[in-house]
Design a protein around this ligand. Structure first.
Ligand code: AMP
Ligand code: ZN
Length: 113
């Protein structure tokens, strides 16, 4: 989508700090980190939110969770981490391209405010 911030990041039109990339997904550092480690996992295909996941496009979601399990290794992750996907305005989704936040390196409270 031409007006989508994350599609522009995938295309290299907007700079980002890449953590990982393959043919299905792009992983980069959040520009406003909410924890010592704050990565964003996004599908290269434009999917607007978790509400737009269907049997036709859901394989990328499984792939993202496999890569989270692979990348969430090392001292910053050993005490646990949080995965978040905000869906819709009331949940605070500010970028309408499906993404999973991976947060680590501090304690997290629950329920999330
Ligand atoms: P959400 O509010 O759940 O939609 O998450 C969107 C995230 O994208 C926020 O945590 C922002 O800090 C992050 N973000 C916005 N613009 C950029 C950017 N140019 N590079 C990296 N992260 C960004
Ligand atoms: Zn997009």
């Amino acid at each position: 989508m031409s007006d989508c911030l994350f599609c522009k990041i995938i295309a290299g039109e907007i700079p980002s700090k890449k953590v990982y990339e393959d043919d299905m997904i792009y992983v980069f550092e959040d520009i406003a980190p909410a924890a010592p480690v704050h990565y964003l996992f996004i599908p290269k295909e434009h999917i607007a939110s978790a509400a737009e996941v269907t049997p036709d496009n859901s394989a990328v979601v499984a792939h993202i969770f496999e890569k989270i399990a692979e990348l969430a290794k090392g001292p910053q992750f050993e005490n646990g981490y949080r995965i978040v996907s905000n869906c819709g305005d009331a949940a605070g989704q500010s970028v309408k391209h499906l993404h999973f936040h991976l947060l680590a390196g501090r304690e997290f409270t629950w329920p999330a405010g």
